[in-house]
Each structure stands twice: as C-alpha cells, then as structure tokens.
Design a protein around this ligand. Sequence first.
Ligand code: SF4
Ligand code: SF4
Length: 213
Amino acid sequence: MRRHQLDPAGGCSYPVARFTRKPLLSRSESSALPLLPDRECGGCVECCRVIPLELPELAKPTGELCAYCVDGAGCGVHAIRPQTCRTWFCLWRVIELSDDWRPDRSGIVVRPDGLETGEITLYVVRRTDFLTSMEVFGVVAGWIAQDVEVALSVPGPVGTFPARAVVTGWLRPAVEAGDLDDFNRRVVASLDQLERHDWQADGITARYAVHIA
Ligand code: SF4
Ligand code: SF4
C-alpha cells in the first residue's frame, strides 16, 4: 500500500490521501476489537456527526449530525440502530487512553481504520489545548517507537470527505529529539496544510429510514 507523507519542507505539493468513498462506519473495520470494560461514550456523539455514513437505512453526509442523535446525550434509536452503529467504535473505547482523550473533550477521534495494517489516524475535528499537550506527544511518540504509522486527518465543509495524510516520517525527528515544541509545530503545520485541501464532495444524500416501531 502506498504511504502518503507530508513534505518536511512544508511545501504544498505533498500528496493528500482522502478517505475512500465506501461507508466509513464499516463493520469490518472494528467489529473484532474488544471494548474496554467500564468505558462508555457518555455524552460524546462525535462519530454520529463527523463520520460519513451510507447504509440502505441510514445515510448522512460527513459533518452532519445524525438526525437520530440527541446532541450531548446519544442515540435516540439506540435499541434499533443499524448494525454498523453497534459495531463501530473509536479507539478511545478500545485502547488504554486517558479520559482526556474522549473525543468530545479532546477534539480527536482516534479512528480504527487501518489498524490491521499498523496505522492509526488522529482525526482532529476541533483544535484544543489537549492536542498540543505532553500527553498527546507521549502517546504518539510511543506509537511511532512501536513502528505504528500515524496519520492526521481533518474534516472539510459539511458534505465533503475529510483530508488525511500519514505523517510518521514528518513527526519522527521531533519524537526522537523529545522536543514537544517542535512536535507541536509539525502537527500544526500538518493540519494547516491539510485544511488547504481541495475538498471533494462525498455525494451522500441524507436518508433516515430506520423504522421506529
Ligand atoms: S443511528 Fe444512532 S448510533 Fe447511528 S449514527 Fe445515528 S445517532 Fe449515531
Ligand atoms: S467517537 Fe468514540 S466515544 Fe464518541 S460516541 Fe463515537 S465511539 Fe463513543
């Protein structure tokens, strides 16, 4: 699989991979991942907003909060929600990350896409102070030390695919030097570049056909 890397020189010619057109809440991406016990989504509804979803019974453009979602509370059709919604979880529900990583607090949805090939994506849906904290630096540095490929991703306007690029090589010098400031500078530069992406429409028309008995 071709890896996409940011240009360390900060130029604008680096390749940006966009997510594929397939429904991104695909069961195969995370259904095998055991969830941590005693960890609940709580008031987080980020994946019900920022992940595109295209199923026969439920389709919603990227960035549109699912109409079945009660913002800050959760799924309003929980008992009959689509199978995909039952099996897709962000990695905060799966791996040992502190409570500060909960996506509605951190602004980061740690996506499972690519995990099976050793890739973790930080989908930065909102820039927060936490993003540039020592904790994020330490966790990402640990992943890179374990040869995990780290990608950054940002959402575009509602109804467009997110932009995404693998940044392992770009972050590695700061990680190896243990330099938090340089790491943060590289993260911010990456996000700035991604946000200049030529956004492509996801082509998803909203469809809400989950039948409530
Ligand atoms: S049906 Fe429920 S779980 Fe699925 S996207 Fe909508 S609110 Fe979220
Ligand atoms: S983004 Fe993660 S924590 Fe938030 S609702 Fe989705 S699975 Fe739960």
